[in-house]
Design a protein around this ligand. Structure first.
Ligand code: RB5
Length: 145
C-alpha cells in the first residue's frame, strides 16, 4: 500500500516507529514531516497528507500529533477524507469496516508505540463492508441529505 505519513513535533518519535513498522511490512511510505523537534503547525502537515490521499498519490494517510485531535479535525476539513482518531484496535477496525476511513490519526501523548503499531496493523488489514455503510457515507459526503 502507498501510505502518506505525517506528524507534528509532539509525535516525532512515534512517527519514526510507525515509519519503520510500515517499511518493514513492505508498504511504500512517503514521509511528509515534520522532521525536527522544532515546534510546527499540524494543519500544514495534515493538508499535505490529505492532499496526497485525495490526489491518489497515496492509498491511505496516517497523521500523528500530541493527542491526534488537531490532526483529525484538520484532516476532516478536506472533502473526501474520512479521518478516524483511534486509540484502540476495536475503533481502528470498525473505522475501516463501517466508515471506510482513509486517514488514521493517533496521539503520541495518549498511546505508547506498542499499541500504536497494533492499531496501525489492524487498521491496514481491515476491509470496508460497503452496503448500508456506503449509503451512510454517501449521506455524509452530501452533507447529510
Ligand atoms: C502540540 O503541543 C499539540 O497541541 C498538538 O500536537 C496536538 O495535540 C493538537 O491537537
Amino acid at each position: 500500500m502507498r501510505i502518506a505519513l505525517g506528524c507534528d513535533h509532539a509525535a516525532l518519535d512515534l512517527k519514526r516507529a510507525v515509519l519503520e513498522f510500515l517499511q518493514e511490512a513492505g508498504h511504500a511510505v512517503t514521509d511528509h514531516g515534520t522532521y525536527t523537534e522544532e515546534s510546527c503547525d499540524y494543519p500544514e502537515v495534515a493538508a499535505n497528507v490529505t492532499g496526497a490521499v485525495c490526489s491518489q498519490g497515496a492509498d491511505r494517510g496516517i497523521l500523528l500529533c500530541g493527542t491526534g485531535i488537531g490532526m483529525s479535525i484538520a484532516a476532516n476539513k478536506t472533502k473526501g477524507i474520512r479521518a478516524a482518531l483511534c486509540h484502540d484496535t476495536y475503533s481502528a477496525s470498525m473505522s475501516r469496516r463501517h466508515n471506510d476511513s482513509n486517514v488514521l490519526c493517533m496521539g503520541a501523548r495518549v498511546v505508547g508505540s506498542g499499541l500504536a503499531l497494533a492499531i496501525t496493523d489492524c487498521w491496514l488489514a481491515e476491509v470496508f463492508e460497503g452496503g448500508r455503510h456506503q449509503r451512510r457515507l454517501d449521506m455524509v459526503e452530501s452533507d447529510g441529505q
